[in-house]
Design a protein. Structure first.
Length: 496
């Protein structure tokens, strides 16, 4: 599928030249504006000596400049490598060294960190906003005239995204133009995405959701995204209150923040189509928004899958609460050791044009991730019901064994999240002399609520098999999280 594809920015500018592509506080960018700037920046990268296959690190908050750089890299063959601006210099240096970047593009907020990295890693510094002595100027490059003509190899590395890194050094997941188009098709047919849609870009751009849910698909289909530098509940809710946003995608922590905000009922939620992924959305949150006329559709995917693999359909979301839906149009799915099409439980395997070709310059990790015939092993256990709908059980690595019985923390977490005083839960397995391992639960309470941890064991035993009931319950003010909002479970061991 798609051995060679047109330059995305150029083709979209040809089809809808004057239509808005991105809206920021500073200006509204048309598709022509974006393409011209990307042409100029691509020429600038070449003038700096970057060639096809070289890596350009990016350290910035969300901006139109990021997407200009993304399309410039597609034109020039340079590989974009977005960096996590929440990491300190030492961690970023390891990641940049791992991918061998030649230059770093940065905004004013991250300038000190970026210049320190440039000096330590011998990178060419490129300032998005305010150049200092020795910096190249992004804006000057973008003003260069002329077209940058290049065919796009759909299978070539376009940009790199790094795994969350909850354990060990993050791996660089190769992203391609073919993956982008396959994800766009998967998303658009699942949520009826069209050129008339409008969305918000606020999830971090060093994660796949920030780029691909739904900003890149919406760009390809001719719609507009309002770009907000980072997630701030007041800012996003003010935008949603205007009624100008038709779709957006979030993670559970985002919807949780909205539900606790005093302006949540000033938004007409029934007019907005919303998707959620990154972690299971607790049933109480689903019902909270359903009571306000909005059915949030759960999905499932990975950086390695483009990311959209599953997304719940709105028509059955209320009936199938907890399901991530069916595999989307360009994604094949198999449950390991379960006959195709039959109900059952097993590791989720995925195949199709949205799947990454592998981890950048890491053949060992790539070989480990794939089974025969191109099946990507997700590392997640799922089950398929009689109607063909899928449910995520848990990460295989999070399962623990107590007294010879397998316990999946996600099942216990779903039960505890149903407690009226509990806002969010995380469960891990910890060593135990008698049982080998037992569950330890960590809890955030709802604002203004209290709970006696001694009451939670009996409460759980009314709803769970005894061996699944956690042995300890620990109250926290907040969870340690990745930038994508996922709980960093390894960090919880030190909080008991």
């Amino acid at each position: 599928m798609f051995d060679c594809v047109p330059d995305m920015a150029a083709k979209r500018a040809e089809l809808s030249p004057d239509a808005p592509a991105f809206v920021t506080d500073e200006k509204t960018w048309s598709f022509t504006d974006i393409n011209r700037a990307a042409d100029g920046f691509a020429q600038g990268l070449v003038s700096l000596g970057l060639k096809q296959g070289d890596r350009l690190a990016v350290l910035s908050l969300n901006s139109a400049a990021f997407f200009i750089a993304l399309f410039a890299c597609q034109k020039s063959g340079v590989i974009l490598a977005p960096m996590n601006w929440r990491q300190p210099v030492a961690e970023l240096a390891d990641v940049i060294g791992n991918v061998g970047a030649s230059a770093i593009l940065f905004d004013d907020e991250n300038a000190d960190t970026a210049r320190a990295l440039a000096a330590g890693q011998r990178l060419c510094p490129i300032a998005m906003e305010t150049p200092a002595d020795g910096d190249a100027s992004f804006n000057e490059f973008c003003r260069r005239s002329g077209h940058f003509n290049a065919a796009v190899d759909a299978a070539a590395p376009w940009y790199l995204l790094f795994t969350s890194g909850t354990t060990g050094l993050p791996k660089a997941v190769t992203q391609t133009a073919r993956m982008c188009w396959a994800n766009a098709i998967n998303v658009s047919q699942a949520i009826d995405l069209t050129s008339t849609d409008t969305s918000i870009n606020f999830l971090p751009l060093f994660h796949t959701a920030g780029i691909n849910l739904y900003t890149l698909p919406l760009f390809l289909f001719g719609g507009a995204s309002t770009i907000v530098p980072r997630f701030e509940p007041d800012t996003i809710l003010d935008l949603l209150k205007t009624g100008t946003i038709s779709q957006f995608f979030g993670v559970p922590a985002i919807f949780q923040a909205f539900s606790l905000h005093d302006q949540v009922d000033q938004v007409d939620w029934s007019s907005i189509r919303m998707g959620c992924g990154g972690a299971p959305l607790p049933e109480p949150l689903i019902r909270f928004f359903a009571e306000r006329g909005a059915m949030i559709c759960n999905g499932f995917g990975m950086t390695e899958t483009g990311p959209t693999a599953f997304l719940m359909d709105r028509g059955n979301a209320a009936e199938k609460i907890g399901s991530v839906g069916r595999a989307q149009m360009l994604t094949e799915v198999r449950l390991d050791e379960v006959p195709d099409g039959q109900p059952g439980e097993g590791e989720i395997w995925l195949r199709g044009p949205a799947i990454t070709p592998g981890y950048f310059e890491n053949p060992e990790a790539t070989a480990k991730a794939f089974a025969a015939e191109g099946w990507l092993k997700s590392g997640d256990v799922g089950w398929r019901d009689a109607d063909g709908y899928y449910f995520i059980v848990d990460r295989i690595k999070d399962m623990f064994i107590t007294g010879g019985e397998n316990v999946y923390p996600a099942e216990v977490e779903r039960v505890l999240n149903g407690h009226p005083d509990i806002l969010e839960t995380a469960v891990i397995g910890v060593p135990d002399e008698k049982w080998g391992e037992v569950g330890a639960a960590f809890l955030m309470l709802r604002p203004g609520r209290s709970v006696d941890p001694e009451t939670l064991g009996p409460w759980c035993r009314e709803r769970l098999a005894p061996y699944k009931v956690p042995k300890s319950f620990n109250l926290l003010d907040d969870f340690p999280r990745t930038a994508a909002g996922k709980v960093r479970k390894p960090d919880l061991r030190g909080k008991m």
